[in-house]
Structure formats: structure tokens, C-alpha cells
Design a protein around this ligand. Sequence first.
Ligand code: 5CA
Ligand code: ZN
Length: 385
Amino acid sequence: MHDTASGGLVDVTPADGVARLYVCGITPYDATHLGHAATYLSFDTLVRVWEDQGNEVQYVQNVTDIDDPLLERAARDGVRWEDVAERETDLFRSDMTALRVVPPTWYVGAVEAMAEIADLVVRLVELGAAYSVDGDVYFSVAAADRFGSVAGLSRDEMVRLSGERGGDPDRAGKKDPLDCLLWMQQRPGEPGWDSPLGLGRPGWHVECCAMALNRLGNHIDVQGGGADLAFPHHELSAAEAEVATGEQPFARAYVHAGMIGLDGEKMSKSLGNLVFVSKLVAGGTEPGALRLALLGRHYRSDTAWTPDLLAAAETRLAAWRDGAARGAGPSGEQLLSGVRAALSEDLDTPAALALVDSWAATDGTDQDAPDLVRDVVDALLGVRL
Ligand code: 5CA
Ligand code: ZN
């Protein structure tokens, strides 16, 4: 897999037959859009490849079910933030089921993990890696000697991105603008949880850090998410993990999916330029075609979404179905090994799809091939022919 930290390919085959994967989950304040779907499909392909190789996959995905955007959405709509979180989490799960995304082993909400998150903050305080600003607890990046090694950005770039992506580089009293919140004291009108640090709620990065360490151990194979999470989120959760455990690296590979955009902008809840999975599916779009539309690009490439992608995927799916409905075709074993080889090289789904295209378009005499190809497409690409 391509690793953002080293900038090159890293072998993520687990030594002990157990692959450990953490993929950052949604912040459930709005419905699943195609950007989310694309990112989770990328890691779904990784899960399928690992399992095909005979590994057990231990996979944690979180839900950021308490955060500022949820409180803002709930206030705007005059509803409880808990109800927003529950409704959108349910919708996300049903979208993922429709898309045949293999569910994670653990699916954990920040709210249900409050105690373990607070424990990790306490550990970082005891290690001298944290300090207080007006009662709020901050992680000191100076405590992490490898801070900066995940995203590899300049300091200016880090300060800029931290301001854009949930950080508070300008807050007075911090030792370093890049230091991040570990625990925020309860604000008036906001929820808070009891903890040794006082009534409050955790910072974002330490949530994912605690959930990963407590279920997968001190070393994981892949930390995943969209490219917008490389900094500050994955940089800081890795820094916190390495300081807390005294071990490194937290992840063998930091894997980032490209962004799906619409009309020249990243598709995002805050920009409001969204295409929803649930709406497409309710409107009759076949989830298998949606999968092929998203798997037709390499997962790392930023992609502009257009309805043409879906139309092309529908045509492709029909051609594959015609191919699999024949009594015989070109060698199925050869197709299988080709698809395996393509996917093991940084999930090259465009190459894998092209192999199936050519299998379906070519005559052959292998009578076992149609069944085998149906299985290959089902197991590795998640599409039923
Ligand atoms: N809850 C945090 C992670 S702990 C979060 O980033 N939530 S999110 O709902 O904003 O995004 C969920 C996942 O979808 C993240 O991995 C994010 O990188 C990815 N994502 C968001 N927008 C896009 C997009 N336009 N294209 C591709 N992936 C996206
Ligand atoms: Zn996360």
C-alpha cells in the first residue's frame, strides 16, 4: 500500500496472519455522500484482499458521535444532538450494507468510549506530554520526537491546515500553535462527561488514538482515511499513540484515499455540494453499479464526480453479466490471478476492472470460468453478477 509517511509502497502483509486496520469513521451530522462511500470502499477492497490472502482482519472504525458540527446541526434544526447522531449513523450503516461493504470488527462511538479516552488523556498527563490552558488539557507536540513524520508538511503548512481542520492555532496560552486539545472542560449549554480531568469532552485525535490502541494494540498495519485526514488528524493521533506507548511506529502504513469532488469543490457536508448514496439507491441506482463507478478510478486519485461515471459503470456491469451468462469463456484462473496481482499492488482497481472487461469481451473454452469469475467479482470487488 502507498504510505503517506514514506511516500512509497509498503508491504502490509501481516506477519502473524492477523491484519490490524483502523479507518476513521464518519461524523454523523449529515447523510453519507459519495466521498465517504469512495473512501470506505477503498478500505473495503483492502479488507477483501487481506481476507483472500488468508488473513484474519481486525478492523476498528469509529463514529465521531459528539463534536461541534453535531451540536451546531442540532441547534440549527431544534433537535437533540443525540438524535442527529443516531439517525445519521443508522443511515450510514444502511448505506454501507446496501453497498456490501464488509462491516468492521468493532464499530465504536466516542460517547460509548468516553472512559477509555479519558484514561488515555490521564496517561499523557502523567507522562508529562500534556498541560492545561484555562482548565482545558492540551497535548504538547514537543513531547513527540517523530511529530511531523506522517504528513511531512512544513510548519507553515501545518499551522494553516490545523486552523482549517478543527485545530485552534491562535488560542492564547498554548506552548505551540500546533498543540491540540485532549480534553475540553464543559462549555455552557454543551454536554460533558465526568472524568478525572473534570466534566468535559475529549479532543478529536485522542478519540481515534484510544479506540485503536485499546482494540488493536500498540502497532497497527494500516491507519486509513481520506486525504484530508493526513494532517492534523493522523499526524496527531499517531504522535499521541507513540508518546503514550513509548513504541513506534504506530502504523506501518498511513493510507489516504483521494477526494471526490463535485463542481470543482471537495464534496463535503460543510460545503453542501453533496450526492447522497441513499438518494441514488432510493432512485433505483443499483449499488453494484455505484461500486463499479467508484472502483473505476484509482483510490488515491482525486476525482470529479459526474453522472457519466455511473452510466459507464452500468454499461460495464451489463457487459460483465453478459460475459458471465455464457457457457464458457477465457481462463478463469488467469483472470483470478490477474485481479489478485492488480489489487495487491496498492489496490489497482482500474487495472482489475479492465481485466474483467477483457475477459467478458473475449471468447474462450473454459467452462468453469463463468462461475469462477462470478466468485472473483463477488469476493474481491463486492459486486454480484
Ligand atoms: N469523524 C472524522 C474522522 S475520525 C471524519 O473525518 N468524519 S467525516 O464524516 O468528515 O469523514 C469521514 C471519512 O470520509 C473520512 O475518512 C474523510 O476523509 C472521508 N471523506 C470526507 N469527504 C470526502 C470526499 N469528498 N472524498 C473522499 N473522502 C471523503
Ligand atoms: Zn479519526
